[in-house]
Ligand binder design. Structure first.
Ligand SMILES: [Zn+2]
Length: 459
């Protein structure tokens, strides 16, 4: 197999993935801030992380993958207060919605899913370490700030040229621009705007800043130095820059070896926003009649480091590409005929697929080779041959692509009727079997009785 290589934002180079220890890649991905339903732009990033996770496994690594839920920050507090809910009830609702969307998109569950509010103790301990080293200080407003002048490496990830910028005032909000870089908040003193949200600390009642939550949670589960940190590119500054400062400022060790960032998703050529009317949730895409696996395929179809422009054509292309794959899968699974001999197409496909994926996750290149394989093996099957190894080859491809089982997409309601019909048929109750068929067809599904049982598909 080829060695897997990824683009590292820290060095701006394509580098080979080599674990810091043993065979395990320890990887942290910034998770969602659970103040709203995640949109498809967010999920483009989480699908990139899922592709990375699956690819690491494809290349033989063990993966320890941690993704957090930001369930306390400026936005979640504002949202909970506006909704008249407790922070916990408010964030729980969006956390559960996020987990459901992950399942719809066949995103594998990371090994750990820590919530920020359950790691306040770790945050406080990290802030204490920074204060003890002189890289953080308690300000006159009662909050604790990181002193960027005490960390000369500050700006290493985003290549911030401090010379050209005026050192801004202190920043107490979680999100800000490069122009206003300055000492940033680690622990925010409680104010009335926080309502019932606050924890006791050596600096009085308050709450963590957003940035330090990720440093505390990642080091809790992955250690003070780990292999890969990934997220969307808009988190490079200030979030990831601040994570490096907080972590290395406390430990004196390199925090993360490789930083991997996914580019943006545009919709109809524009930045997504509610006011533009081009912001979609996963559910809104499903409501248009598409499936989770079609949306997965669509959002994986552009290279992760390039901005992707999402249109309905992107979805229709995904649908027809998947239909082509599905038809081929059904065909090779039921093909009967002479097994092909002296054909090296499979070996060459596996080499090409591997080489494309290893090249900074060029999945669309890899899928190009899959479609060549589909064309070539369809020709062989036209000639009455079978290719018995295709099931194994497909299983390997799908371990990365993750479009899953064909049956997976049959709604539970339809599956129940199909199961009832199978029972009716096995007890030779033909009248009931016909009635169930009509019911299934009325719901927009097609049935075919085959020697292997009922085949269900969309009408
Ligand atoms: Zn983060």
């Amino acid at each position: 197999m080829t060695a897997l290589k990824l683009h590292n934002t820290l060095t701006r180079q394509i580098e080979e993935v080599r674990p810091l220890e043993g065979q395990t890649i320890r990887m942290y991905a910034c998770g969602p801030t659970v103040y709203n339903y995640a949109h498809i732009g967010n999920f483009r990033t989480f699908l990139f992380v899922d592709l990375l996770r699956r690819s690491l496994k494809f290349y033989g690594f063990d993966v320890k993958h941690v993704m957090n839920f930001t369930d306390v920050d400026d936005k979640t507090i504002r949202g909970a207060i506006a909704a008249g809910m407790t922070l916990q009830a408010y964030t729980e609702k969006f956390t559960n919605a996020f987990l459901a969307d992950m399942a719809t998109l066949h995103i594998q569950t990371p090994e750990q899913l820590p919530r920020a509010t359950q790691h306040i103790h770790q945050v406080i301990a990290l802030v204490e370490r920074l204060i003890a080293k002189g890289t953080a200080y308690v300000s006159e407003d009662g909050s604790v700030y990181f002193r960027i002048a005490a960390f000369p490496k500050y700006g290493c990830l985003c290549h911030l040229d401090q010379g050209g910028l005026i050192h801004g005032a202190r920043v107490s909000q979680d999100e800000y621009q490069k122009e206003s870089f300055g000492d940033f908040v680690l622990w925010k003193k409680w104010t009335e705007g926080d309502g019932a949200v606050g924890w006791d600390s050596p600096w009085g009642k308050g709450r963590p800043g957003w940035h330090i939550e990720c440093s505390a949670m990642s080091m809790e589960y992955l250690g003070e130095s780990f292999d890969i940190h990934c997220a969307a590119s808009d988190l490079i500054f200030p979030h990831h820059e601040n994570e490096i400062a907080q972590s290395e400022g406390a430990t004196g060790k390199t925090f993360v070896k490789m930083w991997c960032h996914a580019a943006h998703l545009l919709v109809d050529g524009r930045k997504m926003s509610k006011s533009e009317g081009n912001l979609y949730t996963v559910q809104q895409i499903l409501d248009k009649g598409y499936t989770g696996r079609e949306l997965r395929y669509a959002l994986l179809s552009a290279h992760y480091r390039q901005n992707q422009n999402f249109t309905w054509k992107t979805m229709d292309d995904a649908k027809s590409n998947l239909a082509r794959i599905d038809a081929w899968r059904s065909r090779f699974a039921s093909a009967t005929g002479e097994p092909v001999r002296d054909w090296n197409g499979l070996v060459s496909f596996e080499q090409h697929f591997d080489a494309a994926l290893a090249d900074d996750l060029n999945l669309s290149g890899a899928l190009g080779h899959l479609f060549d394989l589909i064309r070539d093996t369809n020709k062989l099957m036209d000639g009455g041959k079978t290719i018995p190894q295709l099931a194994t080859v497909w299983a390997k491809v799908d371990s990365v692509l993750g479009v899953g089982d064909l049956k997976h997409e049959i709604p539970a309601e339809i599956q129940t009727l199909v199961d009832q019909r199978a029972a009716a048929r096995s007890s030779k109750d033909w009248a009931q079997s016909d009635a169930l068929r009509k019911q299934i067809e009325a719901l927009g599904w097609k049935l075919k009785d085959t020697p292997k049982g009922q085949e269900v598909s969309k009408a």
